[in-house]
Design a protein around this ligand. Structure first.
Ligand code: HEM
Length: 403
């Protein structure tokens, strides 16, 4: 047992450097039971091989309603019926529901649509840095890493620009949930978010635009269409997953480059290394640090440890990405690393839908930053930086830099 007291794995202090804790778990108890602050028991799976398997394992379900015993269901936090539609998002569902929703969104969220965003991402990166350059310093999160993916996903979905910041406020509250009994606290944000989206769909139904929401309203697959609730859940997940993750990749990725000046110099001298560099930053920083939850459908034995039916299980992606049996010298940041088998975008049927967009955004954002700001440096010591509290994500609250 690594510690006698459960550690709060959602706290900013823990998030600052969770790696030694997980290195110990990998070595001593790779399938580990602990509790969240609200006493919910959870299982953490920490080695690469087991995380990879867990994310593809049909013995685990995403939808608790299909899995839990009546008694376990009674213990789930009560969700007001008006929020139930949001549970119809594909990340919280299993086949055949998941298969159907993913097929429908695939028809609209195409590689062509992403590639069309390339020029827009570049213009936006240039504009944001031009505005910041006048000030000689900035908070890289607030002024660059966040507005870039947030603007892009809202433009893809056709959400009015002036409502962007409102969205981020709501979604920030929602992703800060650090325990399973806390949804109470975010009810007002979810309520405002849902009300806004319903109004937005009404507008789009009345006059459709050249955007993903209009396409999703119209999309059909073999006579099948998204219901109003499914549309709501789809836009909800795309908006949140579309920016709360990439902000961390650009933010923590830049921090790690600044902490490893040799790697930063290498990339500055040869910007063509950006593809392997972003893969390495995905591995090293793991913006989605833990997978989302899975529930054991029955008692499941993994590496001779039995996870009882219905218990919450998480694959710790940030730990798998540092597994010494898979990565040579895993604690070293190497932007030329080849054959990088990181699990940053997950695995199996829930593999990240937005991976091509996230890669495009991070590659352009980081190269543009290094090109335009040759003298970029941290304003404060890395130890003084504050990390966001979150169960699933790992990212900085702010990253003050000078140039
Ligand atoms: C650096 C950025 C990103 C990272 C690290 C990331 C990571 C992940 C991971 C690990 C999963 C699987 C979670 C699980 O199985 O529990 C996932 C799923 C998903 N991601 Fe991303 N993501 C990123 C960006 C994006 C973007 C930009 C979008 C949308 C535009 C997006 C949309 C989604 C969706 C819709 C799913 C659910 C897919 C499904 O259930 O089939 N992600 N992502």
């Amino acid at each position: 047992m690594p510690t006698s007291q459960p550690i709060d794995i959602t706290s900013p202090q823990f998030k600052a450097n969770p790696f030694p804790y997980f290195a110990r778990l990998r070595a001593e108890q790779p399938i580990y039971r602990t509790t969240l602050a609200d006493k919910t028991p959870i299982w953490l799976v920490t080695r690469h091989a087991e995380v990879d398997t867990l994310l593809k394992d049909e013995r685990f379900a995403k939808n608790p309603r299909a899995t839990l015993t009546p008694e376990q269901l009674r213990k789930l936090p009560w969700i007001p019926p008006m929020f139930r539609p949001l549970e119809r998002n594909m990340l919280d569902l299993d086949p055949p529901d998941h298969t159907r929703l993913r097929a429908l969104v695939h028809k609209a969220f195409t590689p062509r649509l992403i590639e069309q965003m390339r020029a827009r991402v570049q213009t936006l990166a240039d504009e944001l840095l031009e505005a910041a350059a006048r000030k000689r310093e900035m908070d890289l999160i607030r002024d660059y890493a966040l507005p870039l993916p947030l603007t892009i996903i809202t433009e893809i979905l056709g959400v009015p620009t002036q409502d962007r910041d409102k969205f981020h406020r709501w979604s920030k509250a929602i992703v800060s949930i650090s325990s399973f009994s806390m949804p109470w606290l975010v009810i007002p944000d979810i309520w405002r978010f849902s009300r806004y989206l319903r109004g937005f769909f009404k507008l789009r139904r009345a006059s459709s635009g050249d955007d993903l929401t209009s396409a999703l309203i119209q999309v059909e697959e073999a006579g099948d269409k998204l219901s109003e609730d499914e549309l709501m859940a789809m836009i909800f997940i795309l908006l949140i997953a579309g920016h709360e993750t990439t902000v961390n990749l650009i933010g923590s990725g830049t921090l790690e480059l600044l902490r490893h000046p040799d790697q930063l110099e290498k990339l500055r001298r040869d910007p063509a290394l950006i593809k392997t560099a972003v893969e390495e930053l995905l591995r090293y920083t793991a913006p989605v640090f833990m997978s989302t939850e899975r529930y054991a459908r029955a008692d499941v034995t993994v590496q001779s440890v039995t996870i009882p039916r219905g218990e919450l299980t998480f694959g710790v992606i940030g730990s798998a990405n540092r597994d010494e049996t898979v990565f040579e010298n895993p604690e070293a940041l190497d932007i030329t690393r080849e054959n990088n088998k990181h699990l940053a975008f997950g695995q199996g049927i829930h593999y990240c839908l937005g991976a091509p967009l996230a890669r495009l955004e991070a590659q352009i954002a980081i190269n543009t930053l290094l090109r335009r700001m040759p003298d970029l440096r941290l304003k404060d010591s890395p130890e003084s930086l504050r990390w966001r509290p979150s169960l699933i994500l790992r990212g900085l609250e702010a990253l003050p830099v000078k140039f």
